[in-house]
Unconditional design. Structure first.
Lengths: 98, 587
């Protein structure tokens, strides 16, 4: 029995994303869940959680990946996400800007 | 380092909260300082008040805790009157109307749209009639559950009602047990059907026989309770209560219950709320260490080892056997009847509550009892009144002989009011049940089919112990994000409880009825003679089961496929958050 590992409720950051699990011998597409969290009390880091739906991926055991980030790393990630989002949006708008 | 919640709790607790609550009610919702709101909302839970979700600011859900679901003569009428007068707000539910009461999976009652300014009047009326909201929510003893017809059930092994009443009296409002690391859910079952659902509670007492040395006289077995600890469903970490090898006579139940509550109080995790339920402590220590600690530090008498239980007779929510629920006409010990009525998804309009209160008084004693399947039971109906009672028009809507899909439905509150939920639930399950009733036949001999719909992983609709478990998610359909459901199969209690196996993820909600229909068709075609659905599921692996859950569009239409949690109220004409009403004016 493989239930989801991440709790998913209305507070989950993204309850529907598209992704891929890719290994040397395989690649599988699956929807997934992404969540940013930190303990309510005395948090020491920001945790980024990612889980692709286990029912769609046969090659690896159902799992969630959890990445612990320092505040500085979290901000680096946020900046990278923002600037890349800008670039993708511009391209979609046919802006041609680089 | 204690959590924030711990700090808020220790600063102002219990009865002090009530005083402040009444002050805020007097001065108005706006008198709660903005930067203290979270803290006060956490404290209000101690008095059964939960602030409703985003877009419904200033409105509260009120939970009335009725131990063992017992509503004494007159009390159901009081609930109906309060619902009628106060449980009204800016939203109208298209199925249930303006004012209604919800019967919950812990045999309690929930009312919505409650305004702070009305709380003193509501509390006064409840308390004048022996009802209470105290500790219905929060980190304390929650409403004690059990087999609803305790004291009257013809199938009873031991009367659990005096035991439950005693526990409630001793531990409700008891400062020593008022501030636990997390919620504490207790069940005392006295019947042979397992309808107290002890296995999914933090602390369970279940009926058991023990030969106890008397004065060396010829033995009979004494009847009392075995003890299990550490059950609970939430957060993708479901557990069944573990046998700690203890038997107690009824008079010792409070000692052991208090001992275990104190053990939880002292040893439960206060650093991490997500690890705080006693189920994790039992995981960590093991049942033996729990027993040893209880014996050494929390009780002052020698604990007996476990007695002979009656688990082989458990049928409630078991997925097989007779009496999977308490619907229909059943014998009481005293020769009268109790009549279980199906309340679809546990919700009853206020007018119907008042009607039912009248009928219970006319045909029974006025008493009703609530079950953990969100249904209501009218007790004490004598044989010679039965036919006339069953003829009453109200029973067309709340039937003792409902379709299996109607009686099998359980649903949580969902995005209508709850801030955790991802999807719409109650109205959806009503639509599902109606469609299934019209379109799907169960195979011969299969009279029950339980479908539990929960809006998220908090699992308040107890999805893991149903034939078909549905849990809110999202998916993409035709390029748009839509509400969806993860599907689990084959859960149930009984002698050997088992949790559902989650086999299919993200079924778009409009394809779920078709999926269930296809599943049941395959079950009918492939089952062994006389095989229950639960047994059928058990002998297939997850991939096979996933294939049987074959999502399909049908003539079922779902008007709520969009993201209902982003509305201020799913059924409002102008439902965007921008159209959310302001907090209620205090009069």
């Amino acid at each position: 029995m493989s239930d989801r590992l991440l709790r998913v409720n209305a507070y989950t950051t993204l309850d529907l994303v598209e992704g891929r699990a890719r290994g040397h011998e395989f690649e599988a597409e699956a929807p997934g869940v992404v969540n940013v969290t930190a303990p309510r009390e005395d948090p020491e880091q920001v945790t980024l959680e990612v889980e692709l739906d286990g029912t769609e991926i046969d090659d690896i055991a159902a799992h969630a990946d959890e990445i612990d980030l320092s505040p500085a790393q979290a901000r680096t990630l946020a900046e990278a996400l923002e600037s890349t989002a800008d670039r993708v949006e511009a391209a979609r708008n046919g802006d041609g800007s680089r | 380092m204690p959590t924030d919640v711990e700090n808020w709790k220790s600063e102002v607790y219990g009865n002090e909260v009530r005083d402040r609550l009444f002050e805020f009610a007097e001065e108005g919702y706006d008198s709660i300082p903005d930067d203290e709101r979270d803290a006060w909302f956490e404290r209000f839970k101690w008095w059964g008040l939960y602030h409703q979700r985003n877009g419904q600011e200033g409105y509260f859900m009120l939970r009335i805790g009725t131990p063992n679901g017992v509503l004494e003569p007159g009390q159901l009428r009081v609930v109906g009157e309060i619902a009628d007068e106060y449980a009204r707000g800016p939203g109208t539910n298209p199925v249930f109307g303006d004012a209604y009461a919800d019967f919950t999976t812990r045999q309690s009652i929930q009312l919505h749209w409650i305004e702070l300014s009305d709380v003193p009047a509501i509390f006064e009326k409840l308390e004048a009639n022996g009802l209470s909201t105290q500790q219905a929510c929060g980190d304390s003893w929650r409403n004690i559950v059990g087999n609803p017809v305790a004291g009257k059930d013809g199938q009873e092994v031991i009367d659990a009602w005096p035991v439950i009443r005693d526990l409630n009296e001793r531990f409700k409002g008891n400062d020593d047990h008022a501030n636990l690391p997390r919620k504490w859910k207790v069940s005392v079952t006295g019947s042979a059907d397992g309808s107290g659902q002890g296995d999914i509670n933090d602390l369970a007492f279940e009926p058991a026989y023990k030969s106890v040395d008397g004065d060396g006289d010829a033995s009979g077995d004494a009847v009392g309770f075995n003890v299990r600890v550490g059950g609970g469903l939430a957060r993708n970490e479901p557990r069944f209560a573990r046998d700690i090898d203890v038997w107690v006579p009824p008079e010792r139940v409070p000692d052991v219950a208090g001992g275990l509550s104190a053990l939880f109080r002292d040893h439960g995790d206060r650093e991490d709320r997500y690890n705080a339920r006693v189920k994790f402590l039992v995981d960590e220590w093991g049942a033996e260490e729990v027993r040893e600690t209880l014996q050494a530090e929390y009780v002052d008498f020698e604990l007996e080892t476990a007695g002979r239980d009656v688990r082989e007779e458990y049928t409630y929510n078991a997925g097989e056997g007779e009496r999977n629920d308490l619907i229909g006409v059943h014998d009481q010990k005293d020769g009268a009847n109790f009549v279980g009525l199906n309340v679809l998804v546990g919700r009853m309009g206020a007018a119907d509550v008042l009607d039912l209160a009248d009928l219970a008084a006319e045909y029974g004693s006025g008493e009703v009892r609530l079950s953990q399947r969100q249904n209501v039971i009218v007790t004490d109906v004598p044989d010679d009144a039965l036919d006339a009672f069953l003829d009453e028009p109200l029973l067309d809507d709340y039937s003792p002989y409902p379709s299996p899909f109607m009686r099998g439905s359980v649903a949580c509150t969902g995005t209508e009011f709850c801030s955790l939920s991802i999807v719409e639930t109650k109205n959806r399950q009503v639509r599902f049940a109606r469609w299934l009733k019209e379109n799907v036949d169960l195979p011969d001999g299969v009279d029950e089919f339980h479908v539990h719909l929960s809006g998220c992983t908090a699992s308040c609709a107890q999805p893991q112990i149903a034939d078909v478990s549905l849990r809110g998610m999202k998916t993409r359909k035709d390029g748009e994000p839509v509400e969806a459901l993860d599907v689990g199969l084959g859960g149930g209690l009984g002698e050997d409880p088992g949790f559902a196996r989650w086999v299919t993820q993200r079924v778009p909600v409009d394809e779920a009825p078709g999926a269930i229909a296809n599943l049941i068709d395959s079950f009918a075609a492939e089952r062994d003679e006389g095989e229950s659905f639960r047994a059928f599921v058990a002998r297939h692996d997850e991939d096979e089961l996933d294939a049987l859950v074959d999502p399909e569009e049908t003539d079922y239409e779902d008007p709520m496929m969009h993201n209902t949690k982003r509305t201020w109220y799913p059924y409002a004409e102008n439902d965007s958050m921008d159209d959310a009403p302001s907090p209620p004016a205090d009069d």
